[in-house]
Design a protein around this ligand. Sequence first.
Ligand code: 5GP
Length: 221
Amino acid sequence: MAKAETPIAIARRGVMLVLSSPSGAGKSTLTRLLTVKDDNLRLSISVTTRPRRHSEVDGVHYHFIDVRRFRQMKEAGDLLESAEVHGNHYGTPRQQVEEALGAGRDVLFDIDWQGTQQLAASMPDDLVRVFVLPPSMEELQARLERRAEDHPEIIANRLKAARDEIGHWAEYDYIIVNDDLERSLGELRAILTAERLRRSRQAGLGPFVDSLLVAKAAERA
Ligand code: 5GP
């Protein structure tokens, strides 16, 4: 059968894809690789009160703000979810997410279990939750040390926090053990593809099927 020149566009609801993991499990790399090759997926850029790391760019990795601004945003209802992680505040600005979803785009969230719980309570139908596990705690520690941008005591705290984060794995829909980046990326893409095809998300499917049936009926007449 001849292939359609342009794919048939069926209106659909955007997916809110959440990725959580302990620091050092490779989540940021996965997030980056997933978004660069997917035109329909937007990364939600969080606000944070954490100091910027040397490798980070304001407005790209995070919007770096002070505690006063964070509180203002929270009180004004400008954050879709927020949490304190490792002693710093993090939050998801509401506007960028609503704009992306409204434009039919999917949104990727790199947030912790607390934020995931909040989104699950407020937007359960749109949310797909993926948890990324490290292959071992030794590997997790090695990855944190290799990154070496944080002080040793920060690394120790993050290892402790990793255990707490991992404790929430069962609250997620999908689990990826990241022992091979390429495979994990493939698994993540497969999850997104399948979730995009869910009947409940393909809002324009009814009219499309109606048009198929009308065409068939017209042929017979
Ligand atoms: P990091 O400081 O290493 O960039 O991030 C620390 C943790 O905070 C990560 O687990 C990350 O997923 C989480 N995080 C980043 N942004 C947000 C956010 O907007 N909300 C919540 N709840 N967690 C976030």
